[in-house]
Structure formats: structure tokens, C-alpha cells
Design a protein around this ligand. Structure first.
Ligand code: CNA
Length: 332
């Protein structure tokens, strides 16, 4: 699907007139870089995890599962690690908006760091779900050395805490399901109120609290959705424009309509070259499907179902603890 010329022109005019753009980015902007999103049919990670028979696909990124069974996460970590990934044309479009001083603030739900690789200044953005740059023990929160983490990811092994008496699995500083977002999110969320344009790219808007940001934009402020399909409440407000289809195609069309086409291509080239010049740490790439197949074969579901059992036990224990606290207070 290609967005209509008039939608592209309307969106370009909104961008031309805006100086306080707030952006919300999701996994769809990085699929062209080779990282599957979560929820796309067939190509999304959740569909591809099926051979593992996880209790539910999100379990691989759920803290209550990871704490007992970190193996599936580390089995695919190498294939999802952003170190060797290059920014897409859409990332370069974000960098160009920043260069033209249009970006008020950018929220990304992605953990791949590709916005920064495309020159979005770190002070203008929040990686709301964290990133892979640092890591710590899930249990005692002690920091874990970068070199050891790099080796563990390259080998698909689970790194364990080195502090005396602690045996917790180490987790990159990405926000798992069941964990809180960084406190700064609530403070930055207020910037949405100052937006004179909201642009949302490549997200299903299914994960809270980021999913609420587009609705928080003041009535009368235009909103642009750049995504494969319509999501959230887009289309319900008078100023909404939906550019449906590939985000790279929409970004290229928008840049053309704004007269920024050459600048976009050259900034993209620069960003890709900068990433290519960095040390290639994981030359022997293994595909996500291959990683999943290996783990499924090695464990034949055993480790995974043990993890499921432990997760249920933890859930029930905390439920009973809540119930008995409520009973002791005479609430039930
Ligand atoms: P999602 O729920 O998988 O939705 C992605 C959306 O993008 C869907 O609506 C797709 O149709 C759309 N889409 C996919 N490819 C394209 C494309 N080329 N052009 C336009 N639209 C496209 O992912 P969300 O980001 O909404 O969910 C939030 C999760 C996903 C966060 O917790 C992230 O950490 C997590 N995630 C991040 C990455 C990453 O860092 N690159 C990858 C996968 C998942």
C-alpha cells in the first residue's frame, strides 16, 4: 500500500509548520534493519517462537519467567543484539528532523539504539524500555562487566552474577514485561502537552504506558501515523493523517515533498557508514529461527515447561500472600 499524494502533502505541510514535534517510535521502524517486530503475523517474533512452546510468547521477555528460565532469552540474544545493525532510512528521517530543530522530544519503545546511530541527540529522546548498553544482576542489581556480557551473548550462554553469595541471572538494562519504566518517563510525558505535532511510527500501540501518548496530545494538534496498518485511535480526530504502508517508503515520500530528499539520503549514508566503521563483534551471525530451532531441539521443551511451572508457583505464592494480608486486615 502506498499513501496517497494528498495525505503525504498534508503531512509534509504539518511538518513544515511544526517546531515542537513529539514522536513515538516502535519496532516497525527497525524491521528493515533485520530485527523482527513482536506482533506482525508470520514475520513477528511471537509467531516465530512457536517451536519453543512457551507458556505465552511474551514470557521470553517477562521478568517472572526470566528470573527462573533465562535460557530462551539468551538463546536469541545474539540474533537480536543491535551491535551490528544499521539504521534504516526512517531512522535517518528522525535524525533529519532533529537536525532541522523540529524535534521537541522523541519516545522510543525500541531497545536497539538505532535512533542515536541516526544522530537523534540523546538529550532529545528517551528509550522508554531501556537498551542493551549496560547490564546488571536481576537479583542483587550489581553491575556486570561489558566484556563478559559480550562473550555470553556471542556464545548464547546465560551470564550469572559474580557477587559472593548471589547466583542471579544477569539482564541487560531493558525493561521486561512486569517491570517499571524509568521514573523519568512520567516527567518527560508532560512534554506531549507542548507538542504542535505528534508523529507515531511503527508501533501497534498495544504496550502501555507509551500507547497512551498519542491520546494525550491536545485536541486540535495534528497527528501523523506512519505504520503498516491503522492503530490506536488514529483517524478519530480531524487533524489525523495516516500514511499506511512501509515506513521507509513514507519517509522517502515525505522528505521528497519537503524538498529534503537529497539531504535524507546523504544523512542515511553517513549514519550507515558510521555504524559500519564500528568494530563488528558478532561476525558469525546466526538467524533468530536457527537459534530458536537449536534451543527447541536441545531441550525438547523440558527447561521451558519447568520455567512455566516455576512462574505459576511464584504467581500463586504472591496471590496467596496478598489474600492472607487482606484476610488479616479483615478485608475478605
Ligand atoms: P509491535 O507490537 O510488534 O508492532 C509493530 C508495528 O509496526 C505493527 O503495527 C506493524 O504492522 C508495524 N510495522 C512492522 N514493520 C513495519 C514497516 N516496515 N513499516 C511500517 N510499519 C511496520 O511493536 P511495538 O513497538 O508496538 O511494541 C512495543 C514493544 C516491542 C516494546 O517493548 C519494544 O521493546 C519491543 N520490540 C523492540 C524491538 C527493537 O528494539 N527493534 C524489536 C521488537 C520488539
Amino acid at each position: 500500500m502506498t499513501p496517497s499524494l494528498s495525505d503525504t502533502e498534508t503531512a509534509a505541510t504539518s511538518i513544515q509548520n511544526a517546531h515542537h514535534i513529539v514522536l513515538l517510535i516502535g519496532a516497525g521502524i527497525s524491521t528493515a534493519a533485520g530485527i523482527p517486530d513482536f506482533r506482525s503475523d508470520k514475520t513477528g517474533l511471537y509467531a516465530r517462537l512457536a517451536p519453543l512452546n512457551l507458556p505465552f510468547p511474551e514470557a521470553i521477555f517477562h521478568i517472572n519467567y526470566f528470573r527462573h528460565t533465562p535460557e530462551p532469552f539468551y538463546a536469541i540474544a545474539k540474533a537480536r543484539h543491535p551491535r551490528n545493525l544499521k539504521p534504516t532510512l526512517s531512522h535517518a528521517f528522525l535524525g533529519l528532523l532533529a537536525k532541522k530543530d523540529r524535534v521537541h522530544f522523541l519516545f522510543t519503545q525500541n531497545i536497539d539504539g538505532l535512533e542515536e546511530d541516526a544522530f537523534v541527540p540523546p538529550g532529545k529522546m528517551l528509550a522508554a524500555h531501556g537498551n542493551w548498553k549496560t547490564q546488571r544482576c536481576w537479583k542483587c542489581k550489581a553491575a556486570y562487566p561489558d566484556g563478559l556480557m559480550k562473550r555470553a551473548i556471542a556464545e548464547g550462554e546465560v551470564p550469572y552474577c559474580q557477587e559472593e553469595g548471589c547466583d542471579g541471572p544477569v539482564k541487560p538494562d531493558v525493561v521486561f514485561f512486569g517491570e517499571s519504566l524509568p521514573e523519568v518517563f512520567e516527567e518527560k510525558e508532560k512534554l506531549v502537552d507542548e507538542a504542535d505535532l505528534m508523529i507515531v511510527v511503527g508501533t501497534s500501540l498495544k504496550v502501555a504506558p507509551c500507547s497512551r501518548l498519542p491520546r494525550a496530545v491536545r485536541e486540535g494538534v495534528p497527528r501523523i501515523l506512519i505504520n503498516q496498518e491503522k492503530v490506536g485511535d488514529f483517524g478519530s480526530r480531524v487533524g489525523d493523517v495516516c500514511l499506511l504502508g512501509s515506513c521507509d517508503e513514507s519517509a522517502r515520500a515525505l522528505a521528497g515533498a519537503l524538498g529534503w530528499g537529497d539531504e535524507l539520503e546523504s544523512l542515511w549514508g553517513e549514519a550507515v557508514a558510521a555504524k559500519e566503521s564500528m568494530e563488528g563483534d558478532f561476525e558469525n551471525e546466526t538467524s533468530i529461527d536457527e537459534c530458536i530451532r537449536r534451543l527447541a531441539q536441545e531441550n525438547q521443551g523440558k527447561m521451558i515447561s519447568d520455567g512455566h511451572k516455576k512462574m505459576l508457583e511464584t504467581h500463586l505464592e504472591s496471590k496467596f500472600a496478598r489474600l492472607s494480608t487482606a484476610a488479616s486486615k479483615g478485608n475478605i
